[in-house]
Structure formats: structure tokens, C-alpha cells
Ligand binder design. Structure first.
Ligand code: ATP
Length: 453
């Protein structure tokens, strides 16, 4: 049973060191969060799982890590600086501020139902920056609001430095910044967050095939790699398509208060490369970008067979890593009634995602032989390079189990007096609390088997 209430996960996040409110000791900073010791591990494991599927398991996708600070011309031609700024509506009765495109009914306040609303006003989604030692405070650059644009501007660099032909893709994982009007829902909507995005460049004749393929691939990842049950996920096509989009669908997860977006899959046609390319009039650009007078580079592709030179279409997959981790935690969170008035909280994460892969517990902390043997096992497991292995030397095994259940550690390994004699230890499994006696020499292979499940 996943969490019934987001507050369960918010409380666990603070209690066990996953996520803290940003700038907490100074009263906070809306829309920002800090990731603690176990939060960084879970985020890293999700990132790695995504990179593994998107890059390492394929031949046609490359990675990129572009700068967060960018020349403002990128955002002029991407459309973010001008036409894309969101329309904002304020309720005169309750003060709620809403994005016009997100309102259930544009004539009624989402919060209180009043129809006494201000006229929609344009509002700048991007965070402006003043860059340079002599800066006078005037905005002369932006923090990126998405990773995609810097992927488009590097299209030619990657194409020219790798042996790829179409179709091929470029991925980025990194921070994005948005002046969200109303940050909300814990890490669901933040002002600083992380995206994992892929841009797949295709021949315009093949766009529909690859759009369908990526929908299927991404949904399969949520189910198979993250372990989210299929009935907690769904596709929702966009009702209103952006002017440049040919098709767009959200992958939605069922949060405790209903289904909401966790990832988007978009057919963006030739809008992006077409917007940023030099010599736009040499190409037949379908998506009608604004005229570009500043680009120094043609972002086109020459087909080696037909000799045709054209602007590729883009199929994009865009996931929020923080939102993904939130969904994973909500899904894994379980309160279990153990009978006789006892209960436990356990995070039933896929073992590969768990922040700590195993905890080794000497049964008595003041018996040097037990501690030494436990340290030997810890060192050997650390040598596997599978992530964090913890030595638990507090001497309170009940407390240790409770903590590791709550942070999702798949196994606890207990070293007791008998271990010194028979070279065996007790392996305690997180999900069913079953215990088995295992030879110390078998522990590494056993642990590898568990975390690959
Ligand atoms: P939304 O409609 O929720 O504002 P979007 O459609 O603008 O999101 P994209 O620009 O497609 O989102 O970004 C891709 C993903 O990034 C989203 O599916 C979501 O998981 C994540 N995301 C977007 N905005 C935020 C935010 N402010 N905080 C956290 N994650 C976000």
C-alpha cells in the first residue's frame, strides 16, 4: 500500500534525512528544497537508472552537460523570452495566483470559485541574471528554465564529433530554474529543480513512428525500472497543443490526491532546430519559428543516401527528477501493522534504487572480535562498488532495523557470537522481515543478486 497522504512522506523525508526545506533556519525560501544524506543517494540512483536505460543500453544516444548560465539570445529564439511567458490571473477575492493555461475554468478561481478575477497578465518564467564583475544589476543573461534548448544549440557539435546518422538522440540531466507563480506540493512544483530530458532527432517522415516508440519506452521504464505498478500510471494527451507541437502526451502518476504529470513526451517537429538555425530560408521549416538573424550555424542534417539537406524533427522526453523521486517514495512508503499493537514504516524501494544497499550490524558493540568481523564484511561489500554500505555500531538492533526499514535498505547483515565459530551471519530481508543464515563468503554474490532484482 503506497502512502495515503503526502504528509507521511514529507515527515519521513525530514526525519530520516531525505529532503529538507530550503534555507530552513532563516525561515525558508519558497520553491526550494535541500536534499539530505539519503535523498542525494536516491536521486543519484534514479539519475543513474535513467542514464543506464537511455544511454548505456543503446547505441544511438549521447550525453551532454551544458552550462546553466546562457546567452540570452538562446531564449529569444527559443521563444521563452517573448511569446512564451505565461499569462497570470489573480483572484481579487482570495488572492490566489494562477496560470491561465492551468485553470480548470478561466473565468473562475481554482481556490475559492470566485469570478472576480484580474485580467490575465504576462509574466516572466525565467530567472534573470546579472553576469560580469562590473554588472550594474541589469539582467543580461538567464538561468536556463529547461535543459532542452542547450541540447538544440549543441546539435551540430554532437553530430560532428560522433559517428551518428539519424535517428539519434542527446540527453541531459541537470538543474532548471523557473519563477513558478505558486510553488506547491512539496517538491512537485519548485523554482529550482532537476530535469532528465532527451531530444531524439529524426527524419520528418518518421516522426510518428518514433513518437509512439518513445511513449512506449518511457512508460516501460516507469514500470520496470522504477517498479511503479502499471495501474498507477497513465497517458494523458495534451488538450491544447503548443503552436509548434504536432503531438504531446503526459505520463501521469496517481498521487494521493489524483493523477498528475511526471513526464512529457512531445513531437516538437522542426521548431527547435529551425528556430536556432542560420539561413532559415534555405530550408522548408514546417513549425514557423521567428526569423533568426543571430545564429552562426546551420542546424541541418545531410542525408548520406539521398543527399538531401533538411532540418530534423525532434521527439522529446522530459522528466522531472525530483517529481520522479517523490512518486517513487510515495509508492514505496508502507505502514505495516505487525499485530499486538505493533507497527512499522518501511520504504519498499526497488533494491537498485535504495540509498543504502546493506547495513552490517555487530550484535554487541563492545566485543572487538565481532566489530572486526563486521568491518571486514563492510570493506568487502564496499569493494563491490554498488553504492553505500553502512556499518551500524550503535548496539541497538531493534532501532537499527527500524531505521533501515524507513530508508529502504534491502538487507541487514547481523554478526553474532556464533559467526566467530561457524563463519555465518544472519541476513534479514526488508520486505518480509524473514531471516536466513548465510555463509560470510556467499554474502557478496547474494547481495548482488538482491540488488539486481
Ligand atoms: P507543468 O505542466 O507541471 O508546469 P511542464 O509541462 O511545464 O510542467 P516540462 O517543461 O515539460 O513541464 O518539464 C518536464 C518535467 O519537468 C515535468 O513533467 C515535471 O516532471 C518536471 N517539472 C516541470 N516543472 C517543474 C517544477 N516547477 N518543479 C518540479 N518539477 C517540474
Amino acid at each position: 500500500m503506497p502512502a495515503k497522504n503526502v504528509n507521511d512522506v514529507i515527515a519521513l523525508s525530514k526525519r530520516r534525512g531525505f529532503i529538507f526545506a530550503g534555507s530552513e533556519i532563516y525561515g525558508g525560501m519558497p520553491g526550494t528544497y535541500d536534499y539530505g544524506p539519503y535523498g542525494v543517494e536516491l536521486m543519484k540512483n534514479i539519475r543513474n537508472a535513467w542514464w543506464n536505460t537511455m544511454v548505456y543500453m543503446r547505441d544511438d544516444i549521447e550525453g551532454l552537460d551544458a552550462s546553466l548560465i546562457t546567452n540570452r539570445l538562446l531564449w529569444k529564439y527559443s521563444g521563452h523570452e517573448g511569446g512564451f511567458s505565461d499569462q497570470l490571473v489573480e483572484c481579487k477575492k482570495c488572492g490566489a495566483r494562477m496560470r491561465l493555461d492551468k485553470m480548470k475554468d478561466p473565468k473562475k478561481c481554482d481556490a475559492c470559485g470566485s469570478s472576480d478575477l484580474t485580467e490575465p497578465r504576462a509574466y516572466q518564467l525565467m530567472m534573470g541574471l546579472s553576469v560580469g564583475a562590473t554588472a550594474d544589476g541589469a539582467i543580461n543573461a538567464y538561468l536556463r528554465p529547461e535543459t532542452a534548448t542547450t541540447t538544440y544549440t549543441n546539435f551540430k557539435n554532437v553530430l560532428d564529433s560522433t559517428p551518428h546518422k539519424l535517428p539519434f538522440g542527446i540527453v541531459q540531466i541537470g538543474k532548471a530554474f523557473r519563477n513558478e507563480i505558486s510553488p506547491r506540493g512539496f517538491v512537485f512544483r519548485m523554482r529550482e529543480f532537476e530535469q532528465a530530458e532527451m531530444q531524439y532527432f529524426v527524419n520528418p517522415k518518421m516522426d510518428e513512428k518514433y513518437f509512439e516508440e518513445w511513449k512506449k519506452n518511457r512508460m516501460a521504464w516507469w514500470i520496470e525500472v522504477l517498479g511503479i505498478p502499471a495501474n498507477k500510471l497513465r497517458f494523458t494527451p495534451h488538450e491544447k497543443l503548443a503552436h509548434y507541437a504536432k503531438a504531446a502526451v503526459d505520463i501521469e502518476y496517481e498521487f494521493p490526491d489524483g493523477f498528475d504529470e511526471v513526464e512529457g513526451v512531445h513531437n516538437r517537429q522542426d521548431f527547435d532546430l529551425g528556430s536556432h538555425t542560420k539561413a532559415q530560408n534555405e530550408f522548408k521549416i514546417n513549425a514557423k519559428p521567428i526569423e533568426n538573424k543571430d545564429s552562426t550555424t546551420k542546424l541541418s542534417y545531410s542525408d548520406p543516401q539521398s543527399g538531401e539537406n533538411f532540418i530534423p524533427y525532434v521527439i522529446e522526453t522530459a522528466m522531472g527528477v525530483n517529481r520522479c523521486m517523490f512518486a517513487v517514495m510515495l509508492q514505496a512508503y508502507t505502514d505495516e501493522d505487525l499485530g499486538e499493537g505493533k507497527s512499522r514504516t518501511v520504504l519498499k524501494l526497488k533494491p537498485a534504487l535504495a540509498p543504502v544497499k546493506a547495513a552490517v550490524i555487530p550484535l554487541a558493540r563492545n566485543v572487538p572480535e565481532l566489530v572486526e568481523l563486521a568491518e571486514k564484511i563492510v570493506n568487502e561489500l564496499r569493494g563491490l562498488g554498488i553504492g553505500r554500505i553502512e556499518m551500524e555500531n550503535s548496539g541497538n538492533i531493534g532501532k537499527n532495523y527500524r531505521r533501515h526499514d524507513e530508508i529502504g535498505t534491502p538487507v541487514c547483515i547481523t554478526v553474532d557470537h556464533q559467526s566467530l565459530e561457524d563463519k555465518m551471519v544472519t541476513l534479514r530481508h526488508r520486505d518480509d522481515m524473514s531471516q536466513e543464515r548465510v555463509k560470510i563468503s556467499d554474502i557478496p554474490s547474494k547481495l548482488l543478486e538482491i540488488i539486481r532484482k
